[in-house]
Ligand binder design. Sequence first.
Ligand code: AMP
Length: 400
Amino acid sequence: MRLQEIKNLDISGKKVFLRCDFNVPMDEYSNITDDRRIKSALNTIRYCIDNDCSVILASHLGRPKETFEEKYSLKPIAKRLHTLLKQDIIMAKNVVQDDTLELAKNLQSGDVLLLENLRFNDGEIQNDEEFAKRLASMADIYINDAFGVSHRAHASVEGITKYFDMVHKGAGFLLSKEIDFFYHIIHAPKRPFVSVVGGSKVSGKLQALYKLVPKVDKMLIGGGMAFTFLKAQGYDVGNSLVEDDLLDEAKKIMAQAKELGVKLYFPVDVVVSEHFDAESIAKTKTIQEIPSGWIGLDIGPATSTLFELALEDANTILWNGPMGVYEMDKFSKGSIKLSHAIAKSFATTVVGGGDTADLLRITEDEDDMTFISTGGGASLELIEGKILPGVKALILGDEK
Ligand code: AMP
């Protein structure tokens, strides 16, 4: 699979529509608490500016009710871009109304225009043709650098691509890098290849688990999703998170792994609590002795040691999902220890998923990972072997 990339397009002096993912976390005062997503878009933005382009930036932020809501405005993003790029950012009042189209029309080389939150218009999520056409009408070139939403057939990601031919659209540097990493890790990983999966539910990752088992040498399963597997093995897991309707699927995955000789690792001990509450008493118990009615909220110390040992000979590690409720101090140790173990490994380490990336910020292990993906859902769909709607239109040749 070869993507049309921005570096192979003639963008010099042109007007570029750049779909970014500026969906950053903010506190109640609209202060940006983590600007990593903005920073990772700078490469492509600067490349456009250096090529004398005028740039129209577009993104969504949160889930507004398809109309203007101050708390979802991209104004704080414009401010941060101003600081990072050290230049004025023209902030549009809306997305595709006439005044904004006029602003886009009058842009001069080097100017940067930021559209308001794409999701203030219902046309974005509905992939409305008219809306996509108005977005497209602003520019000569379309660039997608928003991996995190490329699995969604939205107007600014999918619909808009129909209005540009293959020499006028392509992937930005960030999107190319994300796709490259996942493509290689799935098709040609250096072995042993170990995947670590956690997070709350099996359901969200079921298809990815099926696709991963035949590709990996070992799989370490922690987090809430481990309890469905443990229950399927006959353990009494108390009130821990279990998806009873997926017990058979869990058994199938374990049988598939056994048949293929893939080693599966599950928690041998867990940190349990009577309530899902940061203040309630926590105890460490072996999985054979989870007290009736208690909830498993983290992997225990013996599991951390076991997982660390299993990771020791890995040459490629793919990690998605925390090992426990890392948002609460008492249940964060398992995830923190795992993060440190993966960080100190010499393997190629690829981390996907918003929560896992957030965890790395807490553990300060970011710089020691080979690659941190900005898109959780999108990376899972890539692992599942799907061609993302936002990427499909940017693939060169017959491979489409
Ligand atoms: P996901 O979005 O599926 O990757 O899940 C991430 C969430 O899983 C985080 O918010 C964690 O708090 C949660 N989580 C991890 N372990 C558990 C657990 N044992 N019980 C309940 N939730 C969990």
